[in-house]
Design a binder for this molecule. Sequence first.
Ligand code: G6P
Length: 371
Amino acid sequence: SAAEKDGHDWFMRKEIFEQPRAVADSLLGRRSTSGLLQLDEMRLSDDEIRDIDKIIIIAAGTSFYAGMVAKYAIEHWTRIPVEVELSSEFRYRDPILDHSTLVVAISQSGETADTLQAIRHARSQRSKVLAICNTNGSTIPRESDAVIYTHAGPEIGVASTKGFLTQLVACYLLALYVAQVKGTRFGDEIEEVMSQLEAMPDHIATVLAGAEQVYDLARAHTGTRSVLFLGRHAGYPVALEGALKLKEIAYLHAEGFAAGELKHGPIALVEQGLPVLCVVPPRGRDQLHEKMISGIQEVRARGAQTICLAEEGDTRIEPYADVLIRLPKVPVLLQPLVAVVPLQLFACELATALGHDVDQPRNLAKSVTVE
Ligand code: G6P
């Protein structure tokens, strides 16, 4: 009923709008009075953490994209090499695992068969397994050595939204925690990032307040047959997730690319009027922002309609954006938390306008318990 959905038409839309609270809840109680990061459900000793020389993240679907973002954060803050792999591929390549490998399994439901089989394999090779999960007492956390629970609340829409954002939060917490234990990052820096994270619920609310602009855009695209998404760095998995959302609920052909790969193939797809959603990295000391702009210029010169998600105050992007969606100013590693939100809104509204059942998309299940 409408009441269960807080007056929204779909659980998915309700869950998108719950994200500020879900993110806030997932951050709650993570700092001790002394300011140190604490993870109650961690169950790995400091010695075990100091022993880790490689991290392998395994997940499926949207959770896999959270894992891709996590790789950027974990490597940056901890200097431990991270691999990210689809659960369904992991076991079959005979991965190199030992007691100093930490396997991180990300699963909203905690029941995905591919991920469960993958952690069983990892543990049989003496690796430690940490689960990031939204479902208390589900199978994957029960079979893991440690767990970080996300606090999204029950997610009903088949296409994951608040599950994804809270997984990102858990991944950032894990990265900072390992950095704290290993001493690769120090108190003041960890505190600074924690404060930035604690500001995210307000930033997400700001993006949600601009939903109408995104809805208009979505309704203008009901005749579109294909949509491309571009991103770089932490914005690359966001592009992949934006494309996945459109496939899942709008049944549209959509693909995400790393903007730097355009010239190696995808640019050949660009034709007059093709919508290209671009996740523009914040302006920083690196070359990312400029490199992204050159990619946007390339597709625009070939007739693409460029829809750019760029931070407040970024005027440099203006001449290259046919449509500009503003994002709050946040650090590049945390940008996925705000950048993915307009993409969720876009898919939800476009699917609604096309008359699809957003909560129960054809052929898909909320949790896939068969391999
Ligand atoms: C299914 C769902 C997706 C989800 C994926 C992984 O395919 O439809 O929304 O991302 O499973 O689920 P998990 O519960 O393991 O995160």
